[in-house]
Design a protein around this ligand. Structure first.
Ligand code: 4AD
Length: 477
């Protein structure tokens, strides 16, 4: 007989049929009621046992975590809390679970504890909901681009260029660390390395995506990116997933419109397709809020917050306007910021971004036209020669979620900018070629996938929205 998923069974309208379902026991009450979950739904299916019909030895093996195959008749439930239940006629233990040792008990666990058990944490309702949302959002990303004429490009993971010019890369080498070959200056001779040159894991697929945009027109990459920055914060991962569209003949305004439209599409998609997981996570946050003092509670529920972003225009301001607001704001004047904003040119820290989004504008904000010297070399220089056509999108509770720009398409300006920051244009010869052979204005951005998932799930630590997080001093699993 075909196996049914819990999700399908709970949607079923045909009762009294004989069904078979596999899953893991969430709870077993009164030697009679099994709450079974197979990952297909936030909800469990209740399976009712007549204990007199089953061997006591078998019943003893049913613990939280045990995997079971259950066959029985699907009926309307007598009890409250669920519409349908299964009256069990046959039960097979697929895998025992030692209840003493199983870390995931039917009680509240801290997220720290569950991180240490990341291989089992999706057996909990919260993590299964988060990861189903992650999967759904990935699908929505491809759906959006596919229906808007974009091509999906698989940009390389091993690279010999530093796209962001920030030098925060993980080296990729097959040289023996204890005995590397040396050149005549007594330095490591990477010409003897696997690729014949120094290589690392990519920090961004942008440069390669630009090459494809300059032929296929509208492209995007969606893959893992790696940063060796020593940022031990709740918003940084050493390995994270980035979505990077790149579009030929598009300027910065078009780039901002695309990013806003894309984000709203993704949010709308999960509102329409992931209702039960969102409602579960919303409830979780409401309960968590009850344990906090009034002033730290969320003003909006999770779903209200998502709908608010969908239904309101993002506020667009220049960096110069942002600095004016920050210079005059209370926390700056009262020296409450860790980094005070005194002069034009200061890099904005997350405390400033969050002030603008959460206190000043109370909606998503796009800041554009940043000082050239705090942004990457590939961004287009404005006529004022001081600012570049960069844009960052800031979200409530998250801070920066998108970073992008119009790219510098003029060869001479690009060459100068590279030299200024110590990048040898010859090393990026193929990138500068794009400016020699039919150059055109073009733009793109990078959306940090995990930061988006944090926003839609209300999870406050980025380590809890990726299956197996990689952070400084941590690559378990
Ligand atoms: O602003 P970033 O560094 O932009 C780029 O890499 C560009 N090459 C993108 C482009 O124009 N194609 O990173 C983009 C986004 C950030 O806004 C943030 O959401 C996320 O990537 N991000 C991180 N997410 C998790 N952990 C980290 N360490 C991150 N660093 C950046």
């Amino acid at each position: 007989m075909k196996n049914n998923s819990v999700k399908d069974l709970l949607l079923n309208t045909k009762t009294n049929s004989i069904v078979t379902v596999n899953g893991w026991v969430r709870t077993f009450r009164a030697n009679r009621f099994i709450a079974l979950n197979d990952g297909s739904s936030i909800n469990n299916i209740q399976c009712v046992i007549d204990f007199e019909s089953f061997d006591e030895m078998i019943l003893k093996k049913i613990n939280t975590g045990t995997s079971l195959k259950i066959t029985g008749s699907l009926v309307e439930s007598q009890g409250s809390g669920q519409k349908f239940e299964i009256i069990v006629s046959d039960l097979e233990i697929l895998g025992d679970c030692d209840s003493e040792k199983f870390p995931i008990q039917p009680k509240k666990h801290s997220f720290e504890f569950l991180r240490e058990n990341a291989h089992l944490r999706t057996r909990t309702s919260t993590f299964s909901a988060v990861m189903r949302l992650r999967s759904s959002l990935s699908f929505a990303v491809h759906n959006y681009f596919n229906s808007n004429g974009f091509y999906y490009v698989h940009t390389p993971i091993i690279t010999s260029s530093d796209a962001e010019g920030a030098g925060e890369q993980f080296r990729v080498t097959t040289l023996d660390p204890k005995n590397p070959p040396l050149d005549d200056k007594n330095e490591v001779d990477y010409s003897k390395d696997f690729f014949g040159k120094e290589t690392s894991l990519t920090v961004s697929g942008q440069l390669e995506a630009e090459s494809y945009a300059m032929s296929l027109g509208k492209v995007y990459t969606f893959g893992p990116t790696f940063r060796a920055e020593n940022s031990n914060t709740s918003r940084h991962l050493s390995e994270f997933w980035m979505i990077e569209p790149e579009v030929a003949f598009m300027d910065l305004d078009g780039n901002m419109d695309l990013a806003e439209n894309f984000l709203k599409y993704l949010l709308n998609y999960i509102i329409e397709n992931n209702t039960s997981d969102l409602e579960f996570l919303e409830e979780r946050l409401i309960n968590e809020d009850k344990t906090k003092p009034q002033n730290l509670r969320n003003e909006m529920s999770l779903i209200e917050k998502i709908k608010f972003v969908i239904n309101n225009d993002f506020k667009r301001i220049t960096y110069t306007e942002a600095v004016e607001i920050l210079k005059g704001c209370k926390p700056n004047k009262k020296k409450k910021f860790k980094y005070l904003i005194e002069n034009w040119g200061a890099d904005l820290q997350s405390e400033h971004e969050r002030y603008l989004v959460e206190k000043h504008f109370k909606c998503p904000v796009i800041i554009y036209d940043y000082p050239a010297n705090i942004k990457a070399f590939y961004m287009k220089l404005n006529e004022d020669k001081k600012t570049v056509k960069a844009m960052d999108i800031l979200f409530p509770g998250i801070g920066e979620i998108v970073g992008g720009s119009q790219r510098e398409e003029r060869l001479d300006v690009l060459n100068n900018k590279m030299k200024d920051i110590g990048v040898n244009p010859e090393e990026l010869w193929w990138y500068t070629d794009l400016r020699k052979f039919g150059t055109a204005k073009h733009s793109g951005f990078g959306l940090g996938f995990e930061r988006l998932i944090m926003f839609v799930t209300g999870m406050s630590n980025i380590r809890d929205v990726i299956p197996f997080p990689r952070t400084p001093q941590n690559a378990e699993f």
